[in-house]
Design a protein around this ligand. Structure first.
Ligand SMILES: Nc1nc2c(ncn2[C@@H]2O[C@H](COP(=O)(O)OP(=O)(O)OP(=O)(O)O)[C@@H](O)[C@H]2O)c(=O)[nH]1
Length: 188
């Protein structure tokens, strides 16, 4: 039972977007199930739920794992209506997938009519060091341009997976709770 005055769980809807096969499902699966699968099963669309405790607040999160996008895919309302924030995933070993980030981000802005949306740019498969095609500095620059957080991850080695969702919750908080005006001093 909830005590009077207690905050209900904060509901957050998060969509995971990016090119095919960059490891969107693997990232979500590692995060929600603590497991990794080598085999590749293309996703149609799946929603996972997880309670995430972050900064002393408990969030009830829906994580929507989408089918991969390409430059021709059209975002639908499922990807924009009621979504609080976006995980934009590319594969550090695939330059095309990195270029899709800007394209997908532009589509989100177009569709939502907003000028900024809370995002985290995620460079997945950072365990593939010898196949790297996208340097961190370049990705950081793109993330800064679109006012997004940034992190590199590996679902395979479970590196920085939790960080993705913490960064995004922080971005969402920033957008829903703009910094309060400094309190005026009252001299009595
Ligand atoms: N080396 C490495 N491989 C990974 C990693 N994450 C995923 N993979 C592999 O990449 C392939 C694609 O992973 P998925 O998670 O299915 O990719 P997806 O982005 O969900 O793919 P779509 O559903 O088609 O959009 C699978 O064979 C995974 O095992 C990672 O961090 N490192």
């Amino acid at each position: 039972m909830m005590h009077a005055g207690a905050d209900p769980l904060k509901k957050r809807r998060i969509a995971v977007l990016g090119s095919r096969s960059v490891g969107k499902s693997s990232l979500v699966f590692q995060y929600t199930e603590n497991n990794f699968v080598e085999a590749y099963y293309p996703t149609i669309e799946a929603t996972y739920t997880k309670n995430i405790k972050y900064n002393g607040v408990e969030y009830d999160c829906d994580i929507i794992d989408t089918a991969g996008q390409d430059e021709f895919s059209i975002l639908n309302s499922k990807h924009a209506v009621g979504i609080h924030g976006y995980v934009l995933v590319y594969n550090v070993a695939n330059r095309n997938s990195f270029e899709m980030i800007q394209i997908v981000h532009d589509k989100i802005l177009d569709y939502s009519g907003e000028t900024t949306v809370p995002c985290v740019v995620v460079g997945q498969k950072c365990d593939l060091a010898d196949q790297r095609q996208v340097q961190q500095a370049e990705a950081q620059k793109l993330a800064a341009n679109i006012h997004s957080a940034f992190v590199e991850t590996s679902a395979r080695t479970n590196t920085n997976v939790g960080k993705v969702f913490e960064l995004l919750l922080a971005e969402i908080e920033k957008s829903t709770n703009p910094a309060p005006e400094p309190k005026q001093c009252v001299i009595m």
